[in-house]
Design a protein around this ligand. Structure first.
Ligand code: BGC
Length: 797
């Protein structure tokens, strides 16, 4: 009954939205005919820092755009920058923490909460989420991005957008695309090959657009293959609109437009913020000079008005900021993100039975670092610190000491270490709060190393010498090196946990919450182990994506490099057993879906949550492929002894690679391996699969196609036989043999078509070469695999 009611209310909402959509469309059509050229041009840039251009004469309203992403950074007025004087709002953990939850439902609720706060703060479009890939561990905005993996980034991005937009507030999916470096960010060229661009860097945007239709997409500062993101017709029109069906508008990143006319032609709707009237004048002149057609402008303005009027129509009056309720929810979110990296001898959780005296060490315990530096900085409604929370909520009956350990902004003051060591040796357990101070990671600047301050490392070293139960609680937005990893008993990655993160840390430490976070990025032992080590941040305005598709765990797998902690890793206070992997079919075609089922059981003594990861390995492939790739994941909650069966649905795309020459995704026939895993390096169960592809692939023939390819294909062989019968006949031995039996030496077959006039002594002319190419157009084939990428020696156990 409940389901029926829900369905009915969903249908009524759809009908209502549709009717409303039609109304707005009619309104927009009318407005377009009433707007002057100048007015239309003016709508294509912001009114000021945070609002769109209104046209009072026609009652066209303006809407408020605001950062984003993990809270609302709302300036006091639309023409104020809003750094320091922004309105208080909930500050959630940043994206690198949100992604460690691996929980799409939770991220949807985070989005919902943000949407609600936008309504309370009169914001119409929230500038987030950022779904760019963490290509290098040094990326200055890694704290603001989800993951090194495209599927995880895309799914979480889609959940966030759906959550925000469920509240009648839009989002801005950013920064489109291949925005992976902060150094020279306004100019840097992301020199990335097409296959990698699609498989790694565009996929998260594609998932988010297809599953959530963000109202806006934010075009990036950087260039992609030499063309600025704001004036890139391939990205903004071909890929975003035509291929993915994006229905919203593109706004520029702030001050990202270079050539206003080219930007309009490429499909960029609104330049943000307002940059004086210069660009409007340039655009107006460009239209008058017919550098761009007015119809192009009309289409973009129509789409802008659709978003503006929709946003206005969905505004809610009288929404109040539920500061306390949202703070409590932010604590829950942060606790789901905390990732237990190591826990020797079950040193955690802290119980009164085990420990009577606790030494809390480190300035971060008193002055938390809870968010990143730059445009995403939120003014929190309140801010907790671990020291106070522990004393207040968990301190009863426990002797708690606190020592500062180090000073923020001072890497060389070791005088506080002695005091901390004394406290640690007098206690039963020492918790060191360490990590990256604010100035270590920031928008606009990349890191140059992955080290924590020397004072933090030294503190951990010295404390661990006197205290066997040393726990390190890390605060950082991206991976750090841990030279002391083997000297401490436990490591808790607490990320940048937002305004309520301190409570979450306490909850996990004292076992009120069983940790369930898992890494959404690989933690390397050292910088030189990382995929982009040779090609970051780039030089002379160009960054070569030399590692290609081998980003994150794909690289560590391929190079067989042991990371410090692998992608997907995270421990719990309980243990989970995986069993009974099943695939719905052992053999499928590319047209079939495949169901993979796995049973997970809690075999420990406390309730907990496990994230099951499904990886696909293509064992045979024409193109080089990663050892394995994440395709699905799910988080399940289990009480002790409980088991659940989880089913995942895999489809063609999950088996495909992107063929850059043919500009298409191809699922090739062959053997695949499906793995159910607790991390990228903890494969628990595997199942084999055979894919019999029926996908017809266009045969690409040009002057440089090797004749071998034409000889091997039945259809093109006939064409060759027609053009060079005598030459082929020269390789036929035996009376009763035909041209098909010709034993043409491999040496000749390994020549491109353009050489054949010489090889056949002009039996094939240069004109024939052109004709053959023409005749081959439209011929397709279903490839048989000949080349095998060897993954046999990669252990899945
Ligand atoms: C950032 C965006 C942000 C915008 C507005 C830019 O510098 O790259 O992420 O939304 O500023 O603050």
């Amino acid at each position: 009954m409940k389901k029926i009611l829900l369905l009915a209310s969903f249908l009524i909402t759809c009908l209502f939205m549709n009717a409303q959509g039609n109304d707005i469309k009619a309104q927009v059509d009318k407005l377009i005919s009433q707007l002057t050229l100048e007015e239309k041009v003016s709508l294509c840039s912001g009114r000021d820092d945070w609002s769109t251009q209104p046209i009072e004469r026609l009652d066209i309203p303006w809407i408020w755009l605001s950062d984003g992403p993990h809270g609302i950074r709302r300036a006091p007025a639309t023409n104020k920058a809003g750094y320091g004087d922004q309105l208080p709002a909930i500050c959630f953990p940043t994206a690198s923490a949100l992604s460690a939850t691996w929980d799409v439902d939770l991220i949807y609720k985070v989005g919902q909460t943000l949407g609600e706060e936008c309504q309370a703060l009169d914001v119409n479009v929230l500038l987030g989420p950022g779904v760019n890939i963490k290509r290098s561990v040094l990326g200055g905005r890694n704290f603001e991005y989800f993951s090194e993996d495209p599927i995880l980034s895309g799914e979480l991005g889609a959940a966030y957008i759906n959550g925000v937009q469920s509240q009648g507030v839009g989002t801005s999916l950013k920064h489109f695309a291949a925005n992976n470096v902060e150094t020279e960010r306004m100019y840097m060229n992301s020199n990335v090959d097409m296959r990698t661009l699609h498989e790694i860097y565009l996929t998260p945007f594609e998932i988010a657009v297809k599953k959530a239709q963000p109202w806006t997409v934010m075009a990036c500062y950087n260039r992609v293959q030499g063309v600025y993101g704001t004036q890139n017709p391939y990205l903004l029109t071909k890929v975003l609109k035509e291929d993915w069906g994006f229905e919203g508008i593109v706004i520029s990143d702030w001050f990202a437009v270079i050539d206003r006319v080219e930007a309009l032609k490429a499909g960029m709707h609104i330049e943000m913020p307002r940059v004086s009237g210069v660009n409007d004048d340039i655009l107006l002149q460009g239209l008058k000079d017919e550098l761009v057609d007015e119809a192009v402008l009309d289409n973009l303005v129509r789409e802008i008005l659709m978003v503006v009027l929709k946003a206005k129509s969905l505004e809610k009056e009288g929404v109040e900021l539920k500061a306390d309720e949202h703070h409590a929810f932010a604590r829950k979110v942060a606790s789901e993100a905390i990732t237990l990296l190591k826990n020797d001898n079950e040193v955690l959780p802290i119980t009164r039975k085990k420990y009577k005296k606790i030494a809390l060490i480190g300035e971060f315990a008193a002055s938390p670092r809870y968010q990143g530096n730059g445009s995403s900085e939120v003014k929190p409604t309140q801010l907790d610190n671990v020291l106070d929370v522990i004393k207040k909520e968990y301190g009863k009956g426990i002797d708690i000491s606190y020592t500062q350990g180090y000073k923020l902004n001072d890497d060389n003051d070791f005088s506080l270490i002695e005091e901390a060591v004394k406290a640690a040796s007098a206690a039963d357990i020492a918790i060191v709060f360490a990590g990256l101070p604010l100035h270590y990671e920031s928008e606009g600047i990349d890191r140059t190393h992955i080290d924590m301050p020397a004072s933090h490392n030294k503190l951990i070293d010295e404390v661990s010498k006197v205290q066997n139960n040393t726990v390190v609680a890390l605060t950082n937005g991206s991976a750090v090196a841990m030279p002391w990893v083997n000297d401490v008993a436990a490591i808790l990655e607490t990320w940048l946990g937002g305004q309520a993160g301190a409570g979450a840390v306490a909850d996990v430490m004292f076992g009120t919450v069983n940790p369930s976070g898992k890494l959404a990025e690989t933690f390397p032992v050292k910088l030189s182990d990382t995929p982009a080590a040779f090609n970051f941040p780039g030089e002379q305005g160009d960054v070569l994506y030399g590692e290609r598709i081998f980003v994150g765990y794909r690289y560590y797998d391929e190079k067989q490099i042991e990371p410090l902690f692998p992608f997907g890793h995270g421990l719990s206070y309980t243990k989970f057993e995986y069993s009974d992997i099943k695939v719905s079919e052992e053999e499928i075609t590319d047209k079939d879906d495949l169901q993979v089922t796995i049973t997970v059981k809690n075999i420990g003594s406390v309730a907990g949550k496990e994230t099951v990861q499904i990886y696909v390995s293509d064992k045979e492939s024409t193109l080089q492929r990663p050892v394995k790739e994440l395709k699905k994941f799910a988080k399940v909650e289990l009480v002790p002894g409980e088991e659940k069966e989880i089913t995942f649905n895999l489809e063609k795309r999950d088996f495909s690679y992107y063929d850059a020459k043919r500009e298409m995704w191809i699922a090739e026939s062959g053997d695949f391996m499906i793995s159910a895993a607790a991390s990228s390096q903890d494969i628990r169960q595997t199942a084999a699969l055979i894919l019999n592809s029926t996908q017809e692939i266009p045969l690409l023939v040009d002057e440089y196609t090797f004749v071998k390819a034409l000889w091997d294909n039945e259809e093109t062989r006939e064409i060759l036989k027609e053009f060079i019968p005598n030459w082929i006949g020269g390789w036929v031995y035996g009376e009763d043999k035909t041209l098909d039996d010709a034993q043409i030496p491999g040496f000749f077959l390994e020549h491109p078509l353009i050489k054949f006039p010489y090889i056949t002594h002009d039996e094939m002319s240069h004109q024939d070469v052109k004709e053959i190419i023409e005749r081959c157009k439209g011929i397709t084939y279903i490839p048989e695999l000949k080349q095998t990428v060897n993954v046999e020696n990669v252990s899945f156990e």
